[in-house]
Design a protein around this ligand. Structure first.
Ligand code: PEP
Ligand code: MG
Length: 889
């Protein structure tokens, strides 16, 4: 097996083998860009290492071969005492995991080669600083020593010199720091810091492999749905130095603003520093534009390189670079992470620049991003006071109680509190806190600091670099410039789009994207901003290319109208049980507990006009579009008084010696109907078969409403849907009854209404016998909520809160099957049902109306298995439109 690739051997499409970083270093090398030479050890080697607990037997030999070639190319030998070649050893997985895994710089330095480096560089200080960095990084990463020990030792050395700046330490001081660091290594590992350069390199490579399974990496992967067995590649790259003096430095840059998509120079630069100083946000950077004054040649070359990269990748790129004595080196590039808004804006910009077509532009945005853009934003007003303004690192409006550590953030969030995580800076260990928080506020670090990069990737609101705030995490408080103290638990609001921070709760307003969907902003007018225009163009294109129709789940006229404005082409699920709550619950209770036909008929007669009015209004809101009305479905107990409460009430009444007849009768009836598993009990079609007249009443209400709409000149398109069918016989019986009622109403009204009659497929047996069921159904709608519940045997109301977090932790599944369709199990049933149904009735209409109808990944699945439409809640309609378009491309 070939385990090692020179940078000149790979390309950008090999990220599964070479990792994203390695593949892009190879791409840049082959583009002729200034990349320091090096080689990549493949993810295959990592997987081998993780599976077998050791490196492949022939890896060593291959590394030697590539190292020899690198040494020859550089004219130097690794760790040579006179003129050492130094290398960096960096992780790089296929999916970007910012800061999650390990990096060791300056490998090859030891007690002897540090002198060679001093001589070659002409700087003793630089050589000793590089050596102390190696021991520090190596100690922490490879040897697993607590990093704070090194930080503390360095702080001590600074304190002894009466300074708090690294740069004030001279060569002699740093030599002393190296000694202290070596002592730490000896004390904590029982051995000396390894002096053999090749041994250093091999140990660093293995440490990178191991870092794949570091806790924070595991959490990140789970959240980002990155497969846990993908492994990381290792990049061994010859070192270039940004810390050789004022003519050197290091920076990060984006080819466009990853926050808004605006074109321009966007990045941070740090003079006389190595890369990790920037990303960690340890020292404050200057804006990249300042580099023009610092070193205009390097700046010009950087600009040219960035524009080459952007046209080559046809996308926003982010890069890391180093300038070593006025010479530019490219250390990394990749297609850059961006905010949701920027994704939309950039996609259409690139179309206008002729770099991509509309199909590609639609592929480049996601339903999740669109969903993020539909969140509300802050408006001015309210009595919150602005404390400061930091950098707008990741947009959104977050309101929550200030907490000062990730542990607290997670704890508070677990108890249902909304929190904002406040830190001086974040590091990868803060991931769990960032996930738990509504937003993140830091007082240090630029827009490319860890907090900013990770928050943007997660779509989490972030304000960073709010330097005016004195954050004291130990005392759990921060102090604003005006002296206001904000303690743990105080509510703050942070605006990731402007960087503003307030004490108190700021009111929020709907997003411009939602206002556009509502028809309040005309995308062609001046009211529309770039974002609205982009969303409009991309959704219009998605609508053109998609095959799936999008309907909505709605049971009020208001929701129906809104969904229609959001682009729904009909209702896929109108849940009639929602119409029986509130005052009407009594009527249903009477119906269910009715003693004899008369009582029952009275209850039905009272319900019918109410039902009819519901349908009239919905048919009007959805005029000309299909409205699938589902007959009553839910478990009985939702309509009956709670057995325990009722028992107590009756017992108390008896104790007082005043038992009342009605309550006693009710109690007996409720007890008689009590079910241990209501979700598997008397509900859906079973209810229709057991409670005489119930479904007939609903069908009558539907038909009469339709007639009345027609008479008024409307175009109602009702469809009648029978829930929870498991056997064709159930459907057959209800269908017969429904057709009889429909015929009656038509005759009475003198108007023809012939709704389609169909069923939900939500019991596994229905999917398995779909061929038979289709004989009596003109359409199927997959009820994937119940289908998931019944396929897995998971109570949909209980399990997510009860134990799914443990299932997720154990990796039994990566996401709740109630959230995203389980393709292999539940999906298989959908597929079987669809195929068998269509085989029996080729014009069978197929839809889905479970929650999965608005889940991006599930929408792609429904497209693949050939359904006709998805139906989802009104706010997910635009998401489903977009994803249905993407699925068709
Ligand atoms: C379903 O089960 O997927 C469905 C849409 O019905 P409900 O959620 O109302 O049970
Ligand atoms: Mg259901």
């Amino acid at each position: 097996t070939k385990w090692v690739y020179d940078f000149s051997e790979g390309n950008k499409d090999q990220k599964y083998l070479l990792g994203g970083k390695g593949a892009n270093l190879a791409e840049m090398t082959n583009l002729g860009l200034p990349v320091p030479p090096g080689f990549t050890i493949t993810t295959d080697a990592c997987r081998y290492y993780l599976e077998n607990g050791g490196t492949p037997p022939d890896l060593d030999e291959q590394v030697t071969e590539y190292l020899d070639a690198l040494q020859k190319a550089m004219g130097k030998t690794l760790g040579d005492p006179a003129d050492p070649l130094l290398v960096s050893v960096r992780s790089g997985a296929a999916a970007s995991m910012p800061g999650m895994m390990e990096t060791v710089l300056n490998v090859g330095l030891n007690d002897e080669s540090v002198h060679g480096l001093a001589q070659q560089s002409g700087s003793e200080r630089f050589a000793w600083d590089s050596y102390r960095r190696l021991i520090q990084m190596f100690g922490k990463t490879v040897l697993g020593i607590d990093g704070e020990l090194f930080d503390d030792a360095l702080d001590e050395a600074k304190a002894e010199q009466g300074t708090d700046l690294d740069l004030d330490l001279d060569a002699e001081h740093l030599k002393d720091v190296v000694d202290r660091f070596k002592t730490i290594v000896r004390e904590h590992t029982g051995t000396d810091f390894p002096q053999d350069p090749r041994e250093q390199m091999d140990m660093a490579i293995n440490a990178v492999f191991d870092s794949w399974n570091a806790d924070r990496a595991i959490i990140y992967r789970r959240r980002e749905r990155i497969p846990s067995d993908a492994g990381t590649a290792v990049n061994v790259c010859s070192m270039v130095f940004g810390n050789l003096g004022a003519d050197s430095g290091t920076g990060v840059a984006f080819t466009r603003d990853p926050g808004s998509g605006a074109q321009g120079v966007y990045g941070d630069y740090l003079q006389n520093a190595q890369g990790e100083d920037v990303v960690a946000g340890i020292r404050n950077t200057v804006p990249l534009t300042d580099l023009q004054d610092i070193d205009s040649d390097a700046y010009d070359e950087l600009m040219t390189t960035m524009s080459r990269l952007e046209s080559h990748y046809r996308d926003l790129c982010d890069i890391e670079f180093t300038i070593e004595r006025n010479k530019l080196w490219m250390l990394q590039t990749r297609v850059g992470k961006r905010t949701a808004a920027a994704a939309f804006v950039i996609a259409t910009q690139l179309v206008d620049e002729g770099l991509i077509d509309m199909d590609e532009a639609v592929r480049r945005v996601t339903g999740d991003q669109l969903a993020q853009l539909m969140f509300p934003r802050f408006v001015s007003g309210g009595d919150a006071t602005q404390l400061t303004q930091g950098m707008n690192a990741s947009p959104g409006a977050a309101v929550g109680k200030a907490v000062f550590s990730s542990e607290e953030a997670a704890k508070w969030a677990d108890r249902g509190e909304k929190v904002v995580l406040v830190r001086r800076e974040t590091n990868p260990d803060d991931l769990s806190g960032m996930i738990a928080a509504q937003g993140v506020l830091t007082s240090r670090g630029g827009k490319t600091s860890h907090a900013a990069v990770v928050a943007r990737g997660m779509g989490k609101t972030c304000v960073c670099g709010a330097e005016e705030l004195q954050v004291d995490t130990k005392a759990r408080k921060f102090t604003a410039p005006d002296g206001t103290e904000v303690n743990e638990g105080d509510v703050i609001s942070i605006d990731g789009s402007t960087g503003r921070v307030w004490l108190g709760e700021v009111p929020v307003e709907p997003s411009s994207v939602v206002r556009y969907f509502e028809g309040e902003i005309d995308p062609e007018s001046d009211d529309a901003d770039d974002l609205v225009r982009s969303v409009h163009r991309l959704l219009t294109h998605a609508d053109e290319v998609r095959r799936l129709d999008v309907r909505t789940n709605a049971d009020t006229p208001e929701d129906s109208a809104r969904a229609r404005r959001f682009g729904a082409r009909g209702i896929g699920l109108c849940r009639t049980e929602h119409m029986f709550l509130g005052d009407r619950r009594q009527l249903v209770e009477k119906l269910i507990l009715a003693d004899g036909d008369d009582e029952r008929q009275a209850a039905l007669d009272a319900l019918e006009p109410l039902q009819k009015q519901d349908f009239l209004e919905i048919f009007e809101a959805m005029d000309g579009l299909p409205v699938t009305v589902r007959l009553l479905d839910p478990p009985l107990h939702e309509f009956l008084p709670d057995l325990t409460e009722l028992s107590v009430r009756v017992a108390l009444a008896e104790e007082r010696g005043e038992p009342d007849e009605g309550s006693l009768r009710l109690l007996a009836a409720v007890r008689g109907m009590h079910e241990s598993n209501p979700m598997l009990g008397l509900r859906g079609v079973r209810l229709g078969l057991v409670v005489p007249g119930l479904f007939a009443m609903q069908v009558r209400a539907i038909a009469e409403a339709a007639c009345e709409r027609k008479r008024a000149g409307g175009d109602p398109r009702p469809e009648i849907m029978i829930p929870l069918v498991g056997a064709v016989q159930e459907l057959e019986a209800i269908r017969e009854e429904s057709e009889r009622v429909l015929a009656q109403v038509c005759e009475e009204c003198g108007i023809d209404v012939t709704p389609l009659i169909g069923t939900m497929i939500e019991v596994p047996r229905a999917a398995l016998t779909a061929g038979e069921i289709a004989e009596y159904a003109e359409f199927f709608s997959f009820g994937t909520n119940d289908l998931t519940q019944m396929t897995w045997g998971f109570s949909r109301d209980d399990v997510e809160a009860a134990f799914f977090h443990q299932y997720l932790d154990k990796g039994i599944f990566g996401i709740s099957p109630f959230e995203s369709l389980d393709r292999d199990g539940v999906g298989r049933l959908v597929q079987i049902g669809a195929e068998a149904g269509r085989a029996a009735r080729p014009d069978l209409k197929l839809g889905i109306c479970g929650e999965h109808g608005g889940d991006p990944d599930s929408v792609h699945f429904f497209h693949e298995v050939g359904l006709d439409y998805v139906s989802c809640s009104p706010f997910r309609v635009p998401v489903a439109r977009l994803e249905a378009g993407r699925a068709a491309l």
